[in-house]
Ligand binder design. Structure first.
Ligand code: RP5
Length: 159
């Protein structure tokens, strides 16, 4: 079966955080591919990669970047696949990732990026949101999402 979710990040230094997205997807029974490509450092390679996604069966793209976080916006400019942006905390971050949050979320009308929370929570939520999109046409994923929610609620109520 083809991989339905692709994850891309701007730097290898983003990998520990973005791994949370791939692990969360895996926990929901969804495999993904992960790449490091930069809107600024490798714009041509990024474009070539994006062009392979839809023909390869990818349905959703998760993009993580910090600082001047233009990766998700650049990907969204190149495809009409849903793009989920994860703002990350770069080593020189301003405002604990506020720089990346604003760079990711403030897209011009017509080219949306679904932007989640900064950092690990955002990486996890990007995966869950991707699964929720896939679940609109995949009942098995929907059932796994419901089980996950029930587990969360049980944990809270057990305290
Ligand atoms: C962004 O700049 C990357 O997404 C990363 O979060 C940040 C720092 O990258 P490195 O200088 O560590 O490669 O483009």
């Amino acid at each position: 079966m083809s991989l339905r979710v692709a994850i891309v990040m701007g730097s290898a230094s983003d990998e520990p955080t973005m791994r949370v997205a791939s692990e969360t997807l895996l926990g929901l029974g969804i495999e993904s591919e992960m790449r490091v490509l930069s809107a600024h450092r490798t714009p041509h390679a990024l474009r070539e990669w994006v062009e392979t996604l839809e023909p390869g069966g990818v349905r959703i793209v998760i993009c993580g970047a910090g600082g001047a976080a233009h990766l998700a916006g650049a990907v969204a400019a190149l495809t009409t696949l849903p793009v989920i942006g994860v703002p990350l905390v770069a080593p020189n971050a301003i405002g604990g990732g506020l720089d990346a949050l604003l760079s990711t979320v403030q897209m011009p009308r017509g080219v949306p990026v679904a932007t989640v929370a900064v950092g690990e929570a955002g990486a996890a939520n990007a995966a869950i949101l991707a699964a929720e999109i896939l679940a609109t046409a995949d009942e098995e994923i929907g059932a796994r999402l419901r089980t996950m929610r029930e587990g969360m609620a049980a944990k809270v109520l057990a305290r």
